[in-house]
Design a protein around this ligand. Structure first.
Ligand code: ASP
Ligand code: MG
Length: 413
């Protein structure tokens, strides 16, 4: 007998038929006396719809009221699932965050969970209920509704699993699991049986949308075993857990593409202490996230400083940078708005050398110019012209993960 937290995403509860199917699945999971907590997202498209209505009334809707509004999507799904479970003879009870005392800070729209009181859930389970929880929201010390960030029903599920020391947290979605690449880009992408928390964090951060980033952080910190799987089939999904030897033997777990990047270069910056701080201070203060940064120093003690920002932030970043360039006596600012970031991720890189070199060879063979490079312990990312982003992903996927792809380089470690 196990305690299982299941999370059902928006498409999984997207219609009356889908909710019926979820109820059947929940019931089936109960076989053998398992206790089930089902966390639900809003029905597909509902959260966007609610945000859009608020935006029709106001350009910048009040954050507190927006949270009151958008949290209703999950309230609807939770009630509907509990209604269906009861209709098929299964005792069930739905809960909102204030009833479970899912306490958060007061940062509306991106609140952090501080504590969860497991008492009411345990009581309801003891009475043989299926506990249905509306995801995505919490309550602050004032009793106000907060939301935890887009996609955060995953986080509600993982946080509950951690608080209740659940045996398993299953994330039900509309894909079979975590793939080696986006199957729309790489027809031969395949589902991974297992992936480490660290790899999943990189993939989630790089735009793989299967799991919300913060939920993976919390799962790693509290050792919550995760399974990402489809609510449309019975195929086993992808396990997300701690790294083990078998994962290290896999050189590259996945290849990702981020096409929402742009690149800014400040040309001819003076090469002296304090210049980087002068440039990046105001950008950070404006809340713009800078990803990769490269500095090239030339012989005449002038440097070119190049960095990437999300394309949505480019205009604001350029406005700031033009001013900074004038103030610091730089000779000019250039930008390229259509760049892509292509990354290979795998914890095998911790113990095997040569991945970056192999990646550069593959791109050279396709005659794709690399504009920037960044590495971490388990990731190599390059910036290329967006025109070649998809080609780069396919070539790298073939080389590292295709049929006949290379394993760890012989003798390299
Ligand atoms: N409904 C929320 C969103 O669309 C939360 C979630 O689906 O996880 O972002
Ligand atoms: Mg989601």
């Amino acid at each position: 007998m196990a305690l299982i937290v299941q999370k059902y995403g928006g498409t999984s509860v997207g219609s009356v038929e889908r909710i019926k199917a979820v109820a059947d699945r929940v019931l089936k999971s109960r076989t053998g006396g398992n206790d089930i907590i089902a966390v639900v997202s809003a029905m597909a498209g509902e959260t966007n719809r609610l945000f859009a209505i608020a935006n029709q009334l106001c350009d910048a809707p009040d954050p507190r009221e927006t949270d009151v509004l958008v949290a209703t999507g999950e309230q609807v799904s939770a009630a509907l699932l509990a209604i269906r479970l009861r209709a098929i003879g299964q005792p069930a009870i739905s809960f909102l965050a204030h009833q479970l005392r899912i306490f958060t800070d007061s940062n509306h729209g991106r609140a952090r969970i501080k504590s969860i009181d497991s008492e009411s859930v345990l009581q309801a389970l003891k009475q043989r209920n299926i506990v249905v929880v509306a995801g995505y929201h919490g309550v602050d010390a004032k009793g106000d509704v907060t939301t935890l960030g887009r996609g955060a029903s995953d986080l509600t599920a993982v946080a509950l699993a951690a608080a209740l020391d659940a045996d398993l947290c299953e994330i039900y979605t509309d894909v079979d699991g975590v793939y080696t690449a986006d199957p729309n880009l790489c027809p031969n992408a395949r589902k991974l049986d297992r992936i480490s928390y660290d790899e999943m964090l990189e993939l989630a951060g790089l735009g793989a949308k299967v799991l919300q980033h913060r939920s993976v952080e919390v799962a790693k910190r509290f050792n919550v075993p995760l399974m990402v799987r489809s609510s449309f089939s019975d195929i086993p999904g992808t396990w997300v857990g701690h790294e083990d030897q078998s994962m290290e033997d896999v050189l590259v777990a996945g290849v990702t593409l981020d096409q929402n990047q742009s690149k800014v270069t400040i040309v001819g910056v003076e090469d002296r202490p304090g210049v980087a701080a002068k440039i990046f201070g105001p950008i950070a203060a404006a809340g713009i996230v800078v990803d990769m940064i490269i500095q090239n120093v030339s012989a005449d003690s002038r440097a070119d400083m190049t960095f990437t920002v999300a394309r949505a932030d480019l205009k604001r970043a350029l406005e700031l940078v033009e001013v900074i360039a004038r103030e610091t006596g730089a000779s000019g600012v250039r930008h390229e708005d259509q760049v892509a970031k292509v990354s290979v991720v795998g914890c095998g890189m911790r113990t095997h050398a040569g991945v970056a070199a192999r990646m550069f060879e593959v791109l050279a063979k396709e005659r794709i110019n690399i504009e920037m490079i960044a590495t971490s312990e388990i990731k190599v990312s390059v910036v290329v012209n967006n025109r070649y982003g998809e080609l780069a992903v396919r070539a790298l996927h073939d080389a590292f993960l295709g049929a006949g792809a290379c394993g760890p380089p012989a003798g390299a470690s």
